[in-house]
Design a protein around this ligand. Structure first.
Ligand code: B3K
Ligand code: ZN
Length: 859
């Protein structure tokens, strides 16, 4: 919850429609690095939703106004730091046309918002409020206009949204027939080459597809193009949604604040999120690229055709589009593995956010800087909420509701109320209680009590579920939520006696009885992670081991192993206990179970991370000690390696993939299991197998995987040098090289490693990928960042203060490394608070970073 006393706070409750409609926009760009001219012609009509006469207020930032005219007559608008105003008295009563000319300097734009330059190429990023840095405009998502764009510039490729109208030497014109908000505007101009293809839609229309890259990157486009075509087919088959323009362009850009952007017909991608081939990208990169391409493509319907009324509704497009990309990845790969990966990420990022000072609702009701709300809560919890809705109404009703949503709201800027009404109209259910998932922050806790009463007709097993909704900043009290809890029951020999059933918890405490059971069952609760809650239930190790061996729900089978690992680790950390044989045996059985998907086995073998353990300990009332967490985790890895022992080398060899590289899920899963085995083996063989794997690696997954394993074991100096020599000219691959060193450095030497990396000539803080590689690797190194000296905290504060004037968005995002401060001991808390205070005192701090730091300090 943002600081509502900040005078810059924007509130949902204050929403009002814009006073004018804007059916048509014409823009002309005269490109020049230091002085681009933007000519805008805006055709306004009064908005019947706002009767009366109104001043015309347009957003505008860092623009130099050259001229303005209303219906051809020069006007002198009132200018201030955030826009311009033309008084109602100076405007005609009905429709009118405003023409403006402004000058901007894309080359000086290091914030990478608005129109900027990335290594000689012009590109834009307008979401959320970047368009106001391009021209004076009602820069809000509920103002939807048709755009016609002319670009003039001495560059071979000139792109904008929509369909091409014409082009000649040094100019091009584009027309987008679909009304859109300004945040979906895009322009690209540069020396680019296309990787072309085509797609025939279900109704037989041909669409030209292109991935535009810098010369030299042509051999990294094929995977992204395949992912695009798969996404287009999937959206037709699963959601009945066809593409709606003659052309779909994707452009790869090196300097970009996030993954990618869904601009209408012209998606702009961070090159890291689209470029891949076997030599340069890992399997994880391939999977991520497939998912991001799908995500941005799916936005064409969920985001572009139906957009958000205001930025508070961001989850309307983001939660739904994440949900859709997760479904897609599950269909392309494995639903079980995808669900586990999604939950790992949800817990690592969203639970962490929801349980700290930055907790906010999926639909927040106030903000200072909207860019600070592109969060795991809005995206990932937003997707979980849709998954719950679907679980509750069933697949058929979900499909009908989505059809109704598209039919009813196409071409509109909609709200969460509109979204829920569609489900209410489809199912006749009242979703007012369910809506709390959108309006209340925090992760519910679920306690489970069991009772068993034997009887002549079979026994009755009763599950009592109790929910607690902990307070979050600004929301001390909360009502009970609707929580769908998927449960299955197993009998003691491992057979399923009650298949998965969804219990709907709506009260603070509720009981559910299962009758006619021959024996007391073993429950498998929250199957498939049916709701984003923390399950609080003391489970004996033997029961967890039983579920690890027998649960028919793959997610809960993995979860049993995970919970067991956390129990074991927690006892090792807090009591100095030894690793449990039950855990080691269970893991050994799973690792070598050839009936199981290798990708699933690889995930099961991965021990909980250090930050995850810190969160787990804090939840159970312990103060986490980063150094102890680290050494316990190392000790458990070693014990696991010893338990798997002599069979590890065989597993490592059996999982090698021969033949031509394929990034599909099958071979990728084998490589993942091979690397998991290699990591354990490295604890036993002094690194011999990992060195051999590095030397023989035939792709980036293997070479980078082996390198990371060696570095984690405190070795790998020669391989690091070899890797650098081979890839020093390649920015994306070198990002991995930077990141892995910061991530794997020994805690005491981490500040020195970061100092060495950031002093290199190829470290450029203006490039977000490089900055995040080093600083993200560093803050992800739990024991290093939280070293008792406090050096990690001071170092991050230094870098955020330095980055903020250059790129406030990325600085604000990286500041979330501090959000877990309340978990730690008093000394660490004081050191982190001092670092945050120091940031807050920096002169000229951005709105972005000051809001984040203010919220972290507010509790
Ligand atoms: N909609 C963009 C994110 C924009 C972030 C602005 N700070 C990418 C996406 O979610 O698909
Ligand atoms: Zn998105």
């Amino acid at each position: 919850m943002p600081d509502t006393t900040d005078p810059r706070t924007i509130r949902l409750a204050d929403y009002q429609p814009f006073a004018f409609l804007l059916p048509q926009v014409a823009l002309t760009f005269r490109l020049a690095p230091q002085a681009t001219r933007v000519l805008a012609r805006l055709d306004f009509t009064p908005n019947p939703a706002r009767p009366g006469r109104h001043d015309l207020r347009l957003h505008g930032e860092a623009l130099r106004l050259i001229s303005a005219a209303v219906d051809g007559r020069a006007v002198v608008p009132a200018l201030d730091d955030t826009g311009l105003t033309i008084a109602a008295a100076d405007l005609p009563e009905g429709a009118f046309t405003l023409e403006t000319e402004v000058e901007i300097a894309p080359e000086a734009n290091t914030a990478l918002e608005g129109l900027y330059m990335s290594r000689g190429m012009y590109c834009t990023q307008c979401e959320a409020e970047g368009f106001r840095k391009i021209t004076y405009y009602p820069d809000r998502p509920d103002v939807m206009a048709r755009f016609r764009v002319r670009i003039e510039g001495d560059l071979p490729v000139l792109l904008s949204n929509g369909n091409p109208l014409g082009q000649g030497p040094c100019w091009a014109e584009w027309d987008d027939p679909w009304p859109k908000p300004a945040y979906l505007f895009a322009l690209v101009a540069g020396d680019l080459v296309a990787h072309p293809d085509r797609f025939i839609t279900a109704s037989g229309r041909e669409v030209a597809l292109n991935i535009w890259v810098r010369p030299g990157d042509e051999d990294r486009c094929a995977w992204g193009m395949e992912a695009l075509k798969k996404s287009m087919t999937w959206d037709e088959e699963v959601y009945g949604r066809e593409y709606d323009l003659d052309i779909f362009n994707i452009v790869a850009v090196d300097d970009f604040n996030m993954g990618a952007m869904e601009n209408k017909g012209l998606n702009i991608f961070n090159s890291k999120a689209v470029l891949a081939n076997a030599a340069t990208a890992t399997d994880d990169d391939f999977a991520r690229i497939e998912a991001i391409i799908a995500h941005e493509y799916f936005h064409n319907w969920t985001g572009n055709r139906i957009t958000c009324r205001d930025w508070f509704q961001l989850c309307l497009k983001e939660g739904l589009t994440v949900y859709r990309d997760q479904q897609f990845s599950g269909d392309m790969r494995s639903h079980a593995v995808k669900r586990i990966e999604d939950v790992l990420m949800l817990r690592a990022r969203q639970f962490r956010e929801d349980q700290g000072p930055l907790a906010h609702a999926v639909r927040p009701d106030s903000f200072v800087e909207i860019n600070n709300f592109y969060t795991a809560t809005v995206y990932e919890k937003g997707a979980e909420v849709i998954g719950m809705l679907r679980r509750m109404v069933g697949d058929d009703a979900y499909a009908q509701a989505l059809d109704l949503y598209f039919a009813r709201h196409d071409g509109q800027a909609a709200t969460i109320e509109d979204w829920l009404t569609v489900f209410e109209d489809t199912t006749a259910r009242d979703l007012s209680q369910f809506k709390r998932w959108y309006t209340e922050a925090g992760t519910p806790r679920l306690k489970v009590y069991e009772a068993w009463s034997p009887g002549p007709q079979g026994g009755t097993y009763t599950l009592t579920l109790a929910q607690e909704n902990p307070p979050t900043p600004g929301q001390p009290e909360k009502g009970a939520k609707v929580i769908p809890v998927a449960v299955g029951l197993l009998n003691p020999n491992g057979d399923e006696v009650v298949p998965t059933t969804v219990l709907e918890l709506t009260k603070p405490v509720q009981s559910f009885a299962f009758e006619g059971l021959a024996a007391r069952p073993i429950p498998s609760i929250l199957r498939g992670f049916s709701a984003p809650v923390v399950l609080e239930r003391e489970v004996p190790a033997a029961e967890r081991a039983f579920l690890l061996a027998h649960d028919t729900d793959p997610f809960n089978r993995w979860e049993a192993g995970r919970a067991l690992a956390k129990d074991v680790l927690a006892r090792m950390i807090t009591q100095g206990a030894a690793p449990l044989p039950d855990f080691l045996d269970g893991m050994a059985r799973l690792a070598f179970d050839e009936g199981l998907d290798p990708a699933f086995r690889a995930l099961a073998l991965r021990l909980p991370g250090e930050d995850d353990m810190a969160a787990t300990l804090a939840q159970s009332g312990h103060v986490p000690d980063p150094a102890r967490i680290r050494s316990a985790r190392q000790a458990l890895s070693l014990a696991l390696a010893q338990a798997l022992g002599p069979r590890l080398a065989g597993l490592e060899a059996a999982m090698r993939v021969e033949g031509p590289f394929s990034a599909e899920a099958g071979p990728a899963g084998r490589r993942a299991l091979r690397l998991a085995a290699l990591a354990l083996l490295t604890r036993l063989d002094g690194g011999a197998a990992a060195r051999a794997a590095y030397a023989a690696a035939g792709n980036m997954t293997e070479s980078f995987g082996a390198l990371a394993i060696l570095l984690e074991a405190g070795q790998g100096t020669a391989q690091l040098a070899d890797f650098e020599a081979r890839w020093k000219g390649d920015r994306l691959v070198m990002d991995k090289w930077f990141a892995v060193q910061a991530a794997m450095a020994a805690p005491e030497s981490l500040p020195a490693v970061v100092a060495r990396l950031t002093a290199r000539p190829d470290f450029d803080m203006k490039n977000p990928n490089r900055f995040r590689a080093v600083l993200g690797g560093f803050t992800g190194n739990h024991a290093g960042f939280h070293h008792e000296s406090g050096a990690g905290y001071a170092l991050l504060a230094d870098w955020l203060i330095r980055l903020d004037p250059v790129n406030p968005q990325t600085a604000a995002r990286m500041s979330t490394a501090f959000e877990t401060w309340p978990r730690y001991d008093a000394d660490r808390q004081a050191m982190i608070r001092a670092a945050l205070q120091r940031i807050l005192a920096a002169p000229g701090l951005s709105r972005d970073l000051s809001e984040m730091v203010g919220r972290m300090l507010a509790i």
